[in-house]
Design a protein. Sequence first.
Length: 133
Amino acid sequence: MSGKIAIVCGSFHQSEVQRMLEWATDEAIKSGLSVDEVVWVPGAMEVPLALDRLLSREDIEGAACLGIIEKGQTQHGLAMGQAVIKSIIELQIVHEKPIGLGIIGPGAEPEHIEPRLEPHARSAIGALCAMIE
């Protein structure tokens, strides 16, 4: 398989997401995909716009998004996470290109983040790869 993909990364948890990006890139290479562009955005709210811009490019076959939405003291993270995920699903349909979802949460507790970093990053690329084929 060969194809160009893009990855959108939320920078709110930059050190953890940077590690996710390394695993995602490794998984893409193993699958024969080329990570053509990496875009860092402030947080989950900005992910859909970045994805929309990337998927508008003819040379990009799909994209993945990586990030973390922690559990907060209010329902803000949950509501925002649901809206972002709904937008991501709609973008796949509008562009007819797959998006691998590598966002941990919404509602992630601090102790849940570390063990999910690598599996979420790799499975986002795995799903993307499966849908590109």
